[in-house]
Design a protein around this ligand. Structure first.
Ligand code: B12
Length: 233
C-alpha cells in the first residue's frame, strides 16, 4: 500500500520515496539499526527487496565511495558499510531469490563468474550471481581475486555459456583484458560469451577489450546474460 501525506509546503510526498531517502541516509551514516528498521518498514509496505538493494542501498554505497575519495571516510568506514550491507542482505536475499524466479526465460544457462585478480570487492558480483541463479541459471562462483589461469581452468572444466568478470578498481579492471587475451591465445575465446561489470567498468570499456557485453546492475546483468545465451527474455 502506498500512503501519501502532506509536507510543510503542502506538496505530497510518496511514503516509499521518503523511506528510500531515509534508508540511503542511514546507510551513508553507517547507522546499522536504522538501516535494518527502514528496510523492515519498506518490506512491510510491499516494496520489492530487489528495488531496495538496487536503489537506495546501492546509491548509498556509491556515496560512501565518494566520501572515501574526498578523505571524509577512511577504510574503516568502507569495511563497516560492507558489513551493514551484508547484514541487510541476509534479510533481503531470500526475497530477491523469490522475486527473480522466472527472469531466466527459456534456456537454463551455465555461468562462471568471479572478481578479477587483485580485487576483493564481492558484494556486487555476489548479487549478480544470486539473481542469475534465482532466475534459473546454473552459476559457478569462483569468488574474488581470481587470476587468468583459474578463469581458464573453469572455462575448460565447466564449458559455460557465459563468463562474467567483476572489477571495482581501475587497476584491476585492466586485468579483464588480460583474461580475454589469454582465452584467445588458447583458442577458447569463441566458445564462451564474456560479460563484465563493476564500478570500474563501462560499456565503452567492455567494447574496447572485446567483451560481449556490460551491465550496470544485477537486473541488467540477468537480461544481458539471457540475451547472449539465447534464453528468450
Ligand atoms: C564496500 C567497498 C569496499 C569494501 C569491499 C567489501 C566487499 N566484501 O566487497 C572494502 C573495505 C574491502 C574495500 C576495499 C578497497 N577499496 Co573499495 N569500495 C567499496 C564501495 C564503497 C562499495 C562497493 C559495493 O559493494 N557497492 C555495492 C554493489 C551492490 O554495487 P557494485 O559493486 O557496483 O555491483 C553492481 C554493478 O556494478 C554490477 N556488477 C558488479 N559486478 C558485476 C559483474 C558482472 C559480470 C556484471 C554483468 C555486472 C556486475 O551489478 C552489481 C549489482 O547491482 C566502493 C564505492 C563504489 N562506487 O563502488 C569502493 C571503491 C570500489 N573502493 C575503492 C578503493 C580505492 C578501495 C581500496 C584500494 C582502499 C584501500 N586503500 O585499501 C581497497 C581495495 C581492496 C582490494 N584489493 O580489492 C575505490 C576504487 C577507486 C578506483 N577507481 O580504483 C572505490 C570506487 C571508492 C572510491 N570512490 O574511491 N572497498
Amino acid at each position: 500500500m502506498i500512503k501519501v501525506f502532506p509536507t510543510r509546503c503542502g506538496a505530497v510526498v510518496l511514503d516509499r520515496d521518503r523511506l528510500f531517502e531515509k534508508l540511503r541516509g542511514c546507510m551513508v551514516d553507517l547507522d546499522r539499526e536504522c538501516v535494518l528498521e527502514t528496510i523492515d518498514k519498506l518490506l512491510g509496505m510491499g516494496v520489492k527487496a530487489t528495488e531496495i538493494v538496487l536503489g537506495p542501498m546501492s546509491k548509498a554505497m556509491e556515496e560512501i565511495g565518494r566520501l572515501y575519495e574526498e578523505g571524509e571516510y577512511f577504510i574503516a568506514e568502507l569495511i563497516e558499510a560492507a558489513e551493514i550491507f551484508k547484514e541487510a542482505m541476509k534479510k533481503l536475499e531470500p526475497l530477491i531469490r523469490e522475486e527473480s524466479r522466472g527472469l531466466g526465460g527459456g534456456r537454463r544457462l551455465r555461468i562462471v563468474i568471479g572478481t578479477v585478480k587483485g580485487d576483493i570487492h564481492d558484494i556486487g558480483k555476489t548479487l549478480v550471481a544470486v539473481m542469475l541463479q534465482a532466475a534459473g541459471h546454473e552459476v559457478i562462483d569462483l569468488g574474488v581475486d581470481v587470476d587468468a589461469e583459474k578463469f581458464i581452468e573453469a572455462v575448460e572444466k565447466y564449458k559455460p555459456d557465459v563468463l562474467g568478470m567483476s572489477a571495482l578498481l581501475t587497476t584491476t579492471s585492466r586485468y579483464m583484458k588480460r583474461v580475454i587475451e589469454e582465452l584467445d591465445r588458447r583458442g577458447l575465446r569463441s566458445r564462451v560469451k564474456i560479460v563484465i561489470g563493476g564500478a570500474a567498468t563501462t560499456r565503452e570499456y567492455a567494447e574496447r577489450i572485446g567483451a560481449d557485453g556490460w551491465a550496470s546492475n544485477a537486473i541488467e546483468a540477468v537480461k544481458l546474460v539471457n540475451k547472449l545465451g539465447g534464453s528468450g527474455k
